[in-house]
Every structure is written in structure tokens, then in C-alpha cells.
Design a protein around this ligand. Structure first.
Ligand SMILES: [Zn+2]
Length: 139
């Protein structure tokens, strides 16, 4: 995690060698997921080793960006000073059509509208050149 130049108090992820394809796709408003080349298990978050068969061989598949809301938390108190600018915020856990979960902030969904099982889609928040974050929106 690091801070953004526009908002030095905001924490953002730092792409690594293992996650660069994920972040590059985000820049193009695409969500990609890793797929093990040995057992074909799809996984998220990006990581070098398959948790099912321990293979280190994988490719990337284009995700549909469609899913359903599994759960959420609404944060009113920051656990880090880098999150105070956006309080309160809803962090959603989504079951993607591809069978994996993704966590991201809600965008354009009122907290009172959140319901387990509601259809949602992955959207894209362009923070600055080189960094786009996934967000969860209404379909
Ligand atoms: Zn595998």
C-alpha cells in the first residue's frame, strides 16, 4: 500500500510482478482473473501458486464483471489514517459468475439498498494514470 500524489492520505495498492496483469486490465476497464493451467481452478486475488494443486503455471481469463452480493461491512471508524477521507464507506464481498469472490467499495449504491443476493457488477474507478481500482455498482 502507498499513498496517492493527489491525496497523500489515501492508501492505494501497489502493483507487483504477480499482480501487474490484473492492474493493467483495470486500466482498460476489464477485470481479469488467474486460471491455473494444471487444474483449471480460477482464483482471485492474484498470486503465484495455485492453492488447489500448487502449480505455478497460470494464465489470465476475462471476467464477466457480473456477480451477486455475498456480504458487506460499513466502516464508520478508520483502522488506518489513510482511510479517513472516505468515511463512512461500504466494503462489499461479491460472488462473481466465475466462482470466486472479489472485495471492493460500493459506488452509486446507497447502504439502505444493499441486500444479500442482489445482482451487482464490477465497475472501475480511475484514480490516476497507472492505477484503476475495482468498485461495485448496480448492473
Ligand atoms: Zn491448480
Amino acid at each position: 500500500m502507498s499513498e496517492t500524489p493527489e491525496n497523500p492520505d489515501r492508501l492505494v495498492p501497489e502493483p507487483t510482478a504477480d499482480t501487474k496483469p490484473f492492474w493493467a486490465a483495470m486500466e482498460e476497464d476489464r477485470l481479469v482473473l488467474q486460471r491455473c493451467l494444471s487444474c483449471k481452478k480460477i482464483r482471485n486475488y492474484p498470486r503465484p501458486v495455485c492453492d488447489a494443486c500448487h502449480s505455478m503455471e497460470y494464465d489470465w481469463i476475462e471476467a464477466s464483471c457480473k456477480g451477486t452480493l455475498h456480504s458487506w461491512t460499513i466502516t464508520h471508524h478508520p483502522f488506518h489514517s489513510g482511510l479517513t477521507y472516505q468515511l463512512p464507506f461500504a466494503l462489499l464481498t461479491v460472488d462473481l459468475e466465475e466462482g470466486v469472490r472479489l472485495q471492493a467499495k460500493a459506488q452509486g449504491i446507497e447502504n439502505s439498498e444493499l441486500k444479500v443476493g442482489m445482482p451487482v457488477k464490477v465497475g472501475f474507478e480511475h484514480l490516476h494514470p497507472g492505477l484503476t481500482l475495482p468498485v461495485i455498482e448496480k448492473p
